[in-house]
Design a binder for this molecule. Structure first.
Ligand code: FDM
Ligand code: MG
Length: 175
């Protein structure tokens, strides 16, 4: 029996298969008797999440720094609940996107990556980061990108490069 649950983050570009793999992971963990739950960032259900959703759906315009901070706030407001789940309820959390997406997307848009990191300093750190890497050409073949703001090939290529700069020894790429 684990003393606390694990905090597993799954990252990758759009159409890399994150949602499918997250669902598979939760279901396999559950079958092995581990109490696991899926969560996703951005959480579009909260007040900040609704602003983010409007922005992504191109229904509103926001300064690049402002939207970066909203994505970050969307994580901060979830921290107490995440902490309680992992530490007190001993649940293992599978998290579809986290602060790495925050830094990779905002710096791909041209913001300074050091500036981008600051707003997430102090968030709970993941135990494992699984990065699903897929060439953007392959990702595009999977039904093409949709209507959301960042679903554009040129940006996704830069996002992937920014993700690669964030990789460290805790990352597992394409296991
Ligand atoms: N995204 C996601 C960011 O730009 N910053 C963040 O901090 C997070 C968590 O939001 F294009 C981007 C990544 C993606 C978009 O994500 C919505 P989903 O996973 O497609 O809902
Ligand atoms: Mg998307």
């Amino acid at each position: 029996m684990l003393q606390r649950g694990l905090f597993i983050v799954v990252e990758g570009c759009d159409r890399s298969g994150k949602s499918t793999q997250c669902a598979n992971l939760v279901s396999n963990l559950t079958k092995s008797g581990i109490d696991a739950e899926l969560i996703k960032f951005p959480d579009r259900t909260t007040q900040t999440g609704k602003m983010i959703d409007n922005y992504l759906q191109q229904k509103s315009e926001l300064d690049d720094h402002a939207i970066h901070l909203l994505f970050s706030a969307n994580r901060w407001e979830a921290m107490q609940a995440i902490h309680d789940k992992i530490v007190h309820q001993r649940k293992t959390l599978v998290v579809d996107r986290y602060a790495f997406s925050g830094v990779a997307f905002s710096s791909a848009k041209g913001l300074d990556s050091n500036w981008c990191r600051h707003s997430d300093v102090g968030l709970l750190s993941p135990d494992i980061v699984l990065f699903l890497d897929l060439p953007i050409d392959e990702a595009e073949k999977r039904g093409g990108f949709g209507e959301e703001r960042y679903e554009k090939k040129e940006l996704q290529i830069r996002v992937r490069e920014e993700f690669m700069k964030l990789e460290d020894k805790n990352w597992k790429v394409n296991l």
